[in-house]
Each structure stands twice: as C-alpha cells, then as structure tokens.
Write a protein that binds this ligand. Sequence first.
Ligand SMILES: Nc1ncnc2c1ncn2[C@@H]1O[C@H](COP(=O)(O)OP(=O)(O)OP(=O)(O)O)[C@@H](O)[C@H]1O
Ligand SMILES: [Mg+2]
Length: 261
Amino acid sequence: MSTLINDPISSGAVAPAVKPTTSQGGQPAYFSVWDLHAYYGESYIVQGVSFDIREGEILALLGRNGAGKTSTLRAIAQTGSPHITHGEVWLDHKPIHEMKSYQAAQAGIALVPEDRRIIQGLTVEENLKLAQIAPPHGWSLERIYDLFPRLGERREQEGVTMSGGEQQMLAIARALARDVKLLLLDEPYEGLAPVIVQEIERTLEEVKRLGMTTVIVEQNAIAALHLADRAVILDTGQVVFDGSAQEVLDNEELRHEYLAI
Ligand SMILES: Nc1ncnc2c1ncn2[C@@H]1O[C@H](COP(=O)(O)OP(=O)(O)OP(=O)(O)O)[C@@H](O)[C@H]1O
Ligand SMILES: [Mg+2]
C-alpha cells in the first residue's frame, strides 16, 4: 500500500492526527518518525515528517536538492541542528526524541554524513578502533575486514589518503563497529565513479542481507531504489510519497515531478 499525498502547499499540509503505531503489514514499527518539525534558526525546514521502518528494511529517502533529506537525518540523529520543535522518533521502543545526540548514538542510531568525517592522522584501523572506544560495541575488526577486504589490506594506511570509495567504506565500517540498530546514510555514492558506486552497492547489499535497518539518502535515486525495499519522497520538508521502491521505479510521472529523473 502506498500513499501519494496531494500537493502539500495547496492542500495546507495537514499533520497526521493519529500516531502510527504499526508499520505496513501490521508488525510493530521498529523505527518510526512521527510528525517531526524542525528549524534552523527561524527557517522552518522539516515540516511534519512521518514514516516508519520495519526491522531489516531499507528505506530510500528521496527528493530534490533542498527538499530536507539531510535535515531530516540530522533531526533523527538529534544533532541539535536543525532543532526539533515537535514530533517523536522511536527506535526499538526507545524515545530517541528525548535524547541528546550521544545518547541517540548509544541507543543505536548511526549517521554517516555526506563528508564521511574520516579522522586525519589516523590509520584505517585506528579510525575503526576509535569507534569502538566506548561500549556498546558492534562488529569485531575481523568481521569488518571480512566484509570490506579492501579495508583489511589498507589497515595501516592513513584513512584520509584512501580513494573516495574506500573512505565511504571506512565510514560505513566505522558505523558497524558500534552497536548499530539504524544506519542513516547520507549520499553514500556522492562523488564516486560508477564502478566504485557498484562496489559500495554490493557492500550495502551485504549489509542488507545481514538485516541492518537502513535509511539511504541519494541523488542517485535509481541506484538507491534498486537497493531499497521502500521509498519516502520529500518535497519542501514534507512527505509527498510513501510506498514501495518498485512503485517509484515504475511511476515515471512521480519520478519526473519530485526527483527530476
Ligand atoms: N545549517 C543550515 N542553516 C540554514 N538553512 C539550512 C541549513 N542547512 C540546510 N538548510 C536549508 O534547509 C533546506 C533543506 O536542506 P537539506 O540539506 O536538508 O536538503 P537536502 O534534501 O539534503 O538537499 P541536497 O539534495 O542538496 O543534499 C534547504 O533550503 C537548505 O538551504
Ligand atoms: Mg543533503
């Protein structure tokens, strides 16, 4: 079942009256965002976003430049910027919206930002070990090197000297080194050559097979839709579509209107 919400501007953007407590299929939602509103200063950016995700699902969060995708991820991770004025975020029965960012991280939210934030002066392995400095720990280094053999080969190399694709792998691996319940990926294919995108895609397929619940934001919407189970499309900070990834792939009009593809 999908929802295509009418033009949010002309329809007056009515906030949902009923809090969703179950996701599609009647299963309790593992992760849910309910009526989230957030601002940068006076700028109203996240304008009543709601969606939920079942455990192990991959959701593609899509929309044009400036639609509010990064802001939504940052609000979910409780970064404080944008600041949340209303709404709730629940992960595995825990109220993330009542937490500081470090508590949200401890509760299992991992945001991999667009710029990847590999720490300068540290080797690949040191970057990974730093992620494991405080409990709860996630994957062991052995398990990480098993999934990312390239990182194993380069464990002694300074992280920032690696290629963009390798740095993206390291950023994802660093998230997995912690006890992650929800992986938030902001444009993991950004700036990467198609062949490297394919490699990261294969890695994410593997992450998916392992059952990691994930939100992927991508300009490369087609690649994200092939990976994802579901899609949510944002336009001016509001949800305009919530349905299966396949429906977006099949619906040219929708893609043209909100994704320009
Ligand atoms: N720190 C900030 N202060 C003020 N406004 C901001 C800030 N960051 C983003 N914005 C504004 O919020 C809106 C949404 O931006 P956001 O980065 O969330 O969009 P996006 O969907 O991720 O876009 P893109 O596809 O270009 O990454 C934009 O109008 C942007 O200019
Ligand atoms: Mg963005």
